[in-house]
Every structure is written in C-alpha cells, then in structure tokens.
Design a protein around this ligand. Structure first.
Ligand code: SF4
Length: 505
C-alpha cells in the first residue's frame, strides 16, 4: 500500500460523516480514481481513523468539507490535534489544506490565514484537475498547480474566481456505494442518499443555498432510476433518502418517489415547498413509511413573505397541511424565521396565528406539530447580505411567544440561541481579520461563552459584522468571487426590492 497522498479530514464523528452525501462523494471518488488516501474523523478532540494510517500531519494534502461556519473552529482543533500549525504561513504548504463546501463558497475570507486553497463551487467538474495538481513534487509546486485549477482561490496567490458548477448532473459521477461500517448508526438511520436536483429556482432572498447552487439542475428520470437501483444494491439498504433543496420542484420527483414505494423501499423526503404538497404526494410519502413532513413557510405574514420572495402565508400552509393529513401524514414540522428587517408586531401576530391554526388542525387529527424557530441571519452572497442581524432580545421574546403558542396547541417548539446567531453572523460575514480570532476561539474550546472574549482579544469588533450595510457597500467576498446567475448588481436590486416591501406599512 502506497503512502496516502490525500487525507479526507471529516470535522465531525463518523455517525455524522456517514450521513453526509459530500463525505460519500469525496471518499468514493478518491477510491474510484485509485488515489492513495486516508480518512480521518474528528472525534472527542482527536483525529481517528478506521484503519491503520499514518499520522495526518504526514499526509501532503488535506481535503476538508465546510458546510457550516461553526466548523471553522473544528478545523483549527483538527490541525492542533495533529500537531500541525493552524496558521497557513507557518505550515508552508505542508500539509496543504484544501477546503470546499457551501460556507466557504459563499465567503472564504475568515479562513484566509488558515486554509491554503478554497474550491469555490462544486467538486465534480474539477476533481480530476485537483487530483493531478496534488501530484506536484514539492509543497510550493503543488500550491502553484492548485492555484491554476478552475474555481480555486488561494490566499497566497489571490485572484477573482468564478464559481464552478456541474452543468449536467446526468453526466456526473455519483457515489452509489454508500456502505456504512458495522457499529456505526448514521444520524437519520441507514439509507441510500439520492440527489434528485441541485440548486433551486425559487430565489428566496435570504437563502444562501438558493444562490450558491444556481442554476437549478435536475437528474433525468432514467438516470434517477438507474442510480436508485444501483445504489440500494451497492449500499445494502432498503431505504432511499431523497436529497434536494425543493424536492417536488424536480419534474421527476413524484415519479421516482412512486417507483421507490412500488418497489417496496422505505423513503424519506427533505423539507418541502408548501405549494407543491398534494394529497397524492403525501400518500406516497406515508406509504414509504415517513409520517412527518417538514414545511418552511418562514413567516405567517404575507407582506413579509412577499419581501423575502417566499409568499406562503397562513392560507398556503394550511392548504398544504390539510392535504398532507388527508394523504396519511401524521406530524408536521414548521420552520420559522423571526427578525427579518422591517418585521412588525402585526407580522409577528400573523405568524402566531399561523402556528395556532396549524396547531389546532394537527391536534384534531391526533398528530404532533413541531416548530423550529430561528433568528434571521444575514448570509453572504444573498440579497439580504446587507441587512443587520436582528436585536437579540427582540428575537428571544418573539421566539418565546411563538413557542408558547405552539405548546398551547399541544405542539413542541425549539428555538435557536440568539447568541449563537451572533457567532454565526460574524463567521458568515467576516473578513480576513477573523482568522486569528477563530484560532483563539478554538483554543478557548470554541464554546459560545468564549466567543466574545476570543474575538476581543484578537482585536475584532463584533458589531462590524452584525450591523446593516448600505446597499452601495461592496461586501469583501465580492472582490474574490463571481457567482453565475447572481451578479452583485442583481443582488443589490433584489435587496432594494426587499426594502421597498419590508419598509412599507
Ligand atoms: S428557501 Fe428553499 S425554496 Fe427558497 S431558495 Fe432556498 S431552497 Fe429554494
């Protein structure tokens, strides 16, 4: 066995890793391309592996997936645990840390002092080019080669890059073998994850995934059927988890769902757009063994719904819930967001009314309502990237009122700590100044209670990243990244359209 050239460093434990399609994708492709590699998991503060492998510090290239910003501190922990300096300049390219995923595709700047190269966009179109660049003889030559790959941004040799994406999903390699070792139980159980669609055409103005995965692309029915057959066989499971941003927006979603159910498989579908739920679709989902559906109306207010470009409201949500219950679904989970800029007491009352009305309907049918209440967090690359993070106390009060309303009707509610929202907003909208602060925070355990102190000590002013910005301000990530189908000009026009509605009374 040759020494590994590449380390896939997964920044969570193996239960989470085996629940991630990105993990299966990267690991599967490395195996398919016969690249000598090792896989490490971050478990209880150390990097572990399933096989005897060299220490991660000895592997020349690390591949890291960063879907969320809070993982930035975990990357520092992984480097520390391996005796590798987290500061890029101290490592001198050995090992070379290459990161990708939604969080850094939207804004890689907070990790400029830590990561050597960022893949801005999707892996499939450039994976072979990256693997070839990894072959270069010295760390310096490797960095030079990687810097020349399409979609790669290297802080040492910075240039503006255009996000790369896989134009035709039918043409792309897919990890059909998603085997999970004995003794590991993935977070949502054992199933084969099948991505039907990538991207979303709905253009909700707060949604980062909706921008960074543009344009929407669908797999054909023939390809989905083929992948389903191969996947359940190769993965040795009897359940398929469909994976996409807005499942029934795929022209083939209902057909492939029906096919899976007829074939006797258990199914799981992701969060659904309310207007796409019908009795027949709900019937298929419940026949496939799923008893809960998730809908994200975000707000009960039509005015705010129009502002965020997701106008579902009470009527739309009620219709969807009625259809779902009649189709055999028992439980409903609602995702709500509080603190959109311009949100009024009237908007909040409409959300309370939504929760109360849906709660009564579900209680009458004997099911359970769960409500997940989250604060609005301005995300980079979205039309709302210029908006301020809402006031912490206001969010806490509004969340508590909605949670009370849900409980009054027998529902359950979970709220997101507004203090974590501050950390997430800073890490999302941060710039190069944040790198050393992230290292300091990781050294303090990366707990919520140490975030403010670590940033203060690193000379970072939190309010710089949580306040609103005027629309003519250019957020720094736009100096490095160009998003197809989402120019800075268009995002600005969308923000102005938001403000026109949100500020009207
Ligand atoms: S919130 Fe959902 S429907 Fe809207 S753009 Fe994002 S993924 Fe699409």
């Amino acid at each position: 066995m040759r020494d590994p050239q590449v380390a896939l460093v997964y920044l969570s434990d193996r239960r989470v890793a085996y629940s991630s399609i990105a993990f299966h994708m990267i690991r599967g492709y490395l195996a398919e391309a016969r690249v000598p590699h090792a896989v490490y998991f971050l478990e209880e503060g150390t990097l572990t592996s399933e096989k005897p492998v060299p220490p991660p510090s000895k592997v020349p290239v690390w591949l890291v997936s960063l879907p969320y910003e809070v993982l930035y501190a975990d990357l520092v922990k992984a480097l520390d645990a391996s005796g590798v300096p987290p500061l890029r300049e101290k490592r001198r390219g050995s090992p070379l840390v290459v990161a990708g995923g939604p969080a850094v595709t939207a804004n890689p700047l907070p990790l400029f002092d830590i990561v050597d190269a960022f893949l801005i966009g999707e892996l499939e179109p450039v994976f072979d080019d990256l693997l070839e660049a990894f072959q270069a003889g010295s760390p310096q030559a490797r960095l030079q080669e990687i810097a020349g790959v399409r979609g790669v941004l290297t802080p040492a040799l910075p240039r503006k890059v255009r996000r790369v994406y896989q134009a035709d999903l039918d043409d792309s390699w897919y990890p059909v073998e998603q085997r999970v070792p004995r003794g590991v139980e993935p977070v949502w159980g054992r199933s084969y994850m099948l991505e039907t669609t990538r991207g979303c055409a709905r253009m909700c103005r707060f949604c980062m995934e909706g921008v960074i995965f543009r344009p929407k692309r669908d797999r054909s029915y023939a390809r989905l059927k083929e992948l389903l057959e191969e996947g359940v066989e190769a993965s040795g499971v009897g359940k398929v988890s469909f994976y996409s941003l807005a499942f029934f927006d795929s022209p083939h979603a209902e057909k492939i769902l029906a096919y899976a159910v007829e074939r006797g498989l258990e199914v799981s579908v992701p969060s659904l757009r309310a207007e796409t739920i019908t009795r027949e679709r709900a019937r298929l989902i419940s026949m496939g063994g799923q008893r809960t559906i998730t809908i994200a109306p975000e707000t009960g207010s039509c005015r705010l719904g129009r502002a965020i470009n997701k106008c579902i409201g009470v009527e739309g949500t009620l219709r969807a819930v009625e259809e779902a219950l009649e189709g055999g679904i028992r439980n409903v989970k609602l995702y709500l967001i509080v603190g959109f800029p311009g949100e009024t007491e009237e908007d909040l009352r409409e959300t309370l009314y939504l929760v109360g009305t849906v709660g009564k309907l579900i209680a009458r049918s004997g099911g359970t309502l769960k409500v997940s209440i989250n604060p609005f967090i301005p995300k980079p690359a979205t039309p709302l990237q210029w908006a301020p993070l809402p006031d912490r106390k206001r969010v806490a009060e509004a969340s508590a009122r909605i949670a009370r309303e849900a409980r009054m009707h027998g529902g359950r509610a979970s709220t997101y700590d507004p203090k974590w929202a501050i950390a997430q907003a800073v890490l999302s909208r941060g710039d190069e100044k944040l790198g050393r602060a992230i290292i300091a925070w990781a050294h303090r355990g990366a707990r919520l209670g140490t975030f403010h102190r670590a940033l203060r000590e690193a000379g970072v002013e939190i309010s710089e990243y949580t306040g609103g910005w005027p629309p003519d301000y250019t957020p720094p990530w736009h100096n490095y990244i160009e998003h197809p189908y989402a120019s800075l000009r268009n995002l600005r026009l969308e923000y102005e359209a938001y403000l026109r509605i949100a500020e009207s009374r």
